[in-house]
Every structure is written in structure tokens, then in C-alpha cells.
Design a protein around this ligand. Structure first.
Ligand code: DC
Length: 233
């Protein structure tokens, strides 16, 4: 294998990116990087500092001054269903960044060009010299444009809203399906129609529709393809 193998995965909310990426990384012994967690940490920073999600300069300053770390959940206390342990200035915020308020805030700060500039640089730095599975919205064309494998993971709106609804109910958040559906469509709309680096399907992406696939099936076909690529290399 060459010194680094990069798998870039983009896709809309609740397409299964997180779980699939984490399991693919585990199977291959790669590092899993959830870039959405970095936009979420940014929204949390803004909230903690009473900075509006739309204040580009102030939010960017907060990002510049912050230490953001992501790692596999190693400690026993971290094995609570999380996909990664997320540390903001050394503090474990893995669950604090998963609220509906922070989800919405993350998609608002993600529309700010200067914030994206800072976070993309941090993400590229993390990937240098490593085998990674990195997932987000702009990984295939902005963060890792030379990735060996580019994937666009999608699923129908209804399937994605059902998955999101189920996740929330499992966490004990009792919310109506219609609310979840509306919020998901709003977030998709913001992520797809923003001016800077919107979510898009690049021509060389392998599009996988997970509507009728189990997580295991999606993982299996990706791992199979990587295996074939490595054998052919
Ligand atoms: O994947 P997620 O839902 O945790 O991402 C949170 C928000 O961050 C989402 O609304 C889109 C944005 N995001 C982005 O713009 N670019 C990325 N690479 C990752 C996430």
C-alpha cells in the first residue's frame, strides 16, 4: 500500500455516513474522522460564548483559538454508543454536540467561508500520512480531492428521516416524526444551497444508495472494493 490511503465520503443528513465510515475504518484498520463534529464543536463554541451563528469574524476567531481533537472511544466509560470521542479544548463534548440546537447551529456556521477555510486546513492536517476514512459534505472535492476512493452515500428523504427519528427516540428525545422530517429537509437545503462548498456529487464519486441496504451490507461492499483496489495496486 502507498504511504497513505484516503477514503472520502460525502452525503446528506442521516444517510448512514457516520456508522458506515466508522465500521469501514475499523475493518480496514484506518482512522475514522467525522468532520461534522468539527462544525458542531464550532456551533457549541459560539453558543458558549454568546456569539450568533451568523457572526463570521467572531466565530472564526473562536475556531482559531480552539483545540479540536477526535479519537476512537478507548476508555470503558466512552463505550456508550458514540462513534468517536470528541474533545473541545480537552473537554469531552461527544454528546453535547448532538442536540437539535447544535445540529441546526452547525449547518449555519458551516455556511461561513472563513470558518470553512480554518476547518478544512485542520482536516487536511489530520489526514496527512495516514490511512483515513473521512466523512462530511465537501471531503470528496475540497478536503481530500486526491482521495483514492470517493463515495457519495445517500438514501431517500423518508428513509433518512425515519432513521433520524429512531436515533432520537432511542436517545430518549421524544419528538414528532413531522418535526424531524422538516428539520432534516431544512438542513439539507442549507447544506446543498449555500454559496461556499455546498454538498454535491463529484463526477468520480461512487454513489451508494443505502435506502434498501443494511449497515452491514453497505460496509461489506465498500470494504470489498477497497480490498480489490489494494490487490490491484
Ligand atoms: O454530518 P453532521 O450532521 O454531523 O454535520 C453537521 C453540519 O456540518 C451539517 O449541517 C453540515 C456541516 N458540514 C459541512 O458543511 N461540511 C462538512 N465537511 C461536514 C459537515
Amino acid at each position: 500500500m502507498s504511504s497513505q490511503f484516503h477514503i472520502a465520503i460525502d452525503g446528506p443528513v442521516a444517510a448512514g455516513k457516520g456508522t458506515v465510515s466508522r465500521l469501514v475504518a475499523e475493518r480496514l484498520g484506518f482512522v475514522y474522522i467525522d468532520t461534522g463534529a468539527m462544525y458542531r464543536m464550532t456551533a457549541l463554541l459560539a453558543k458558549q460564548n454568546d456569539v450568533p451563528f451568523s457572526d463570521e469574524d467572531k466565530v472564526t476567531d473562536l475556531v482559531k483559538g480552539a483545540q479540536m481533537d477526535l479519537r476512537a472511544p478507548l476508555e470503558e466509560s466512552e463505550k456508550d454508543g458514540r462513534l468517536a470521542t470528541v474533545l473541545l479544548n480537552g473537554q469531552d463534548v461527544s454528546w453535547q454536540i448532538r442536540t437539535e440546537e447544535i445540529s441546526s447551529g452547525a449547518s449555519q456556521v458551516a455556511a461561513l467561508a472563513k470558518v470553512r477555510h480554518e476547518l478544512v486546513a485542520k482536516q487536511q492536517e489530520i489526514a496527512v500520512g495516514k490511512n483515513v476514512v473521512m466523512e462530511g459534505r465537501d471531503i470528496t472535492y475540497r478536503v481530500l480531492p486526491n482521495a483514492q476512493l470517493k463515495i457519495y452515500l445517500s438514501a431517500s428523504d423518508i428513509v433518512r428521516a425515519k432513521r433520524r427519528h429512531m436515533q432520537l427516540l432511542t436517545k430518549g428525545t421524544d419528538v414528532a416524526f413531522d418535526e424531524v422530517y422538516k428539520e432534516l429537509i431544512q438542513r439539507d437545503d442549507r447544506d446543498t444551497n449555500r454559496d461556499v462548498d455546498p454538498l454535491q456529487i463529484v463526477p468520480d464519486a461512487w454513489v451508494i444508495d443505502t435506502s434498501d441496504l443494511t449497515i452491514e451490507q453497505a460496509v461489506e461492499i465498500i470494504v470489498g472494493r477497497v480490498g480489490a483496489m489494494l490487490e490491484a495496486a
